[in-house]
Design a protein. Structure first.
Length: 571
């Protein structure tokens, strides 16, 4: 069975268990039961092999201070369960299902209990028991087809399953599934680019760190880790992440525990208002932060950090309060190591061009480009995400650019590199197949110009916004005077955007003075701005059809309609 088929089979099975809740639960409530039970069942299956050994060791060690250490060693993981119950044994006592299930959950080590608490599952246990559903759903999860052992479902596959379940539950309630789910082909493309040409990582016996400031269920971190293992089993990718949503955070942390990694590196909280990794820097940053989301509730904390200037995260500027994605971008930049880091982060079109010269978004772009941090931007196909059909872009940043990329930015228009799906999933109507992932990666790696790859100097995206003043004249063409003096503040005022590569005086002489010889520049008001008009660089002019072509088409339609009408009237 293929990996995809295995994932779909398990996801369908778990999804079907939700049918048992019909009537008692509304569809948008299913996740409150199914998600925590899936996590608990995963732990149950993983611990099954060492369950009896752990119970014996627990009796032997009693209440020794080092009890946790002994039990974890026996379980083979950094967690354990000392209850006499497991899912199968719970079914042996139907009448005591509620009390026994609570005892089973309380038998987990503290780190697992903390994860389960994030689901607020206790009240659901009561509700399920009162409606005689608790036994039924546990029975469904105990069937052989619901085996979630790592021998049956890998950690990477389990991550896919969790995200697919979340996507389905979110869709049933018209919630934003995309906030938890980034299509795997997009992550694979990002990882390909992120690790491209990193020979030390791909061949050496080395440990590197990777961070996601909006990690969701940890999908991006898992794909990056899995990718690395395929190329270099000796290298170690140490994963860090922060997630605001309690349930997705709990799933991510559970995944880390089962992989025998330090789950404390996954932290719960609002990244923008409460950075849990203030002093940390990372080798790689990979993220798909929410875009189009307000940050007004975090305004006081963010503005307090702004006062720190570049010693904080948001010293370059603040985006509009209605969209916080550039705050995540700055957070990623603030986590770069002095000796060099790389970033791959997804944005919509807004960060490319919103904001005039001097505005927060423009100042952020200015900081990025003037510090030569931007390597490339890849335009993805539309309809590639589950929650939106709008244009999306991968920004690739680095503070250790190779010499041939210094002072340059590569734009790759991969908008047409997709295949249509046979069946849409939400707004996702297209996929990026493997051969296109390889093609885009190759375009990035070769760093050459083509029809869909353009290379620009950093300055190409900058401009000086100049304020042009002209005297306000009366009907005779004379300046308006009052008491013999020109009236103040009644000039005709306009602005011009002068490309940074052009001399302002020459531009003014060529573009303004021939049409307004009495104009001048108010130099005190000149501002430097940056924008990346991506679409403009790849615009293709399609000439309109000729009048003769249009006329011929009209005549064909008239002829066709005439035949149809004749048949109607003859009948």
């Amino acid at each position: 069975m293929s990996i995809t088929a295995n994932i779909n089979e398990k996801a369908n099975l778990i999804w079907s268990i939700a049918d048992k809740l019909t009537g008692v639960y509304k569809p948008h409530e299913y996740g409150e039961v199914i998600l925590p039970l899936t996590v608990i069942r995963r732990f149950d299956c993983v611990l099954a092999d060492t369950k009896e050994a752990v119970l014996k060791k627990n009796e032997a060690v009693g209440n020794l201070p080092m009890k946790d250490v002994f039990l974890c060693r026996e379980s083979g993981y950094s967690f354990y369960n000392i209850s006499k119950f497991d899912f199968e044994k719970l079914l042996a006592e139907p009448d005591g299902i509620e009390a026994n299930f609570r005892a089973y959950i309380n038998g987990f080590s503290e780190n697992v209990r903390n994860i389960i608490e994030k689901f607020n599952f206790d009240s659901q246990i009561t509700r399920l028991a009162e409606k005689n559903l608790l036994y039924i759903v546990i029975e469904e999860f105990t069937k052989p087809t619901a085996d979630l052992h790592t021998d049956t479902i890998s950690n990477l596959e389990m991550g896919y399953i969790f995200e697919e379940i979340i996507r389905r539950f979110s869709e049933s309630h018209n919630e934003d599934a995309g906030q938890h789910y980034t299509p795997r082909e997009v992550i694979e493309l990002m990882v390909n680019i992120l690790f491209y040409n990193d020979s030390e990582l791909l061949t050496g016996d080395i440990a590197k760190t990777i961070y996601d400031p909006a990690c969701g269920t940890g999908g991006m971190l898992s794909v990056a880790e899995d990718y690395l293992k395929k190329f270099n089993s000796k290298a170690q990718m140490i994963c860090f992440g922060q997630e605001i949503n309690d349930q997705t955070y709990a799933i991510c942390k559970a995944d880390m525990l089962i992989k025998n990694e330090d789950a404390d590196r996954i932290r719960n909280g609002n990244t923008l208002a409460d950075d849990q990794f203030k002093e940390d820097k990372f080798d790689y940053i990979l993220s798909n932060p929410p875009f189009g989301r307000e940050w007004k509730n975090d305004k006081s904390a963010i503005e307090a950090e702004v006062k720190l200037g570049l010693a904080g995260r948001f010293g370059a500027g603040l985006p509009a309060v209605g969209d916080g994605q550039m705050l995540f971008l700055q957070t990623a930049i603030s986590k770069m190591k002095l000796q060099g880091s790389r970033i791959a982060i997804i944005h919509n079109g807004s960060p490319l061009f919103t904001g005039d010269a001097g505005s927060g978004p423009s100042e952020i772009r200015k900081y990025i480009l003037e510090n030569d941090l931007l390597e490339a931007i890849v335009a993805l196909p539309n309809d590639i995400f589950y929650n939106t059909g709008i244009a999306t872009y991968i920004w690739v940043l680095s503070n250790k650019k190779p010499a041939y990329r210094k002072g340059k930015v590569q734009l790759i228009n991969a908008n047409e590199l997709y295949e249509k799906r046979r069946k849409s999933l939400g707004n996702k109507r297209n996929d990026i197949p493997r051969h296109y992932i390889d093609e885009i990666t190759k375009l990035y790696g070769e760093f050459k110009e083509s029809e869909i790859s353009k290379i620009f100097d950093n300055e190409e995206f900058g401009y000086a916004k100049i304020v042009v003043e002209r005297p306000l004249l009366d009907e005779n063409g004379q300046p308006i005077l009052k008491n013999g003096k020109k009236v103040a503040d009644v000039n005709l005022r306009d602005t011009e955007n002068v490309p940074l590569k052009e001399d302002i005086k020459e531009y003014f002489a060529r573009e303004v003075l021939p049409f307004a010889p009495d104009a001048w520049i108010d130099k005190k008001k000149t501002k430097i701005g940056y924008e990346i008009p991506f679409a403009r660089y790849f615009y293709k002019y399609n000439p309109p059809r000729t009048a003769m072509e249009i006329m011929a088409e009209i005549m064909d339609i008239e002829t066709e309609l005439g035949g149809v009408l004749e048949e109607i009237f003859n009948d």
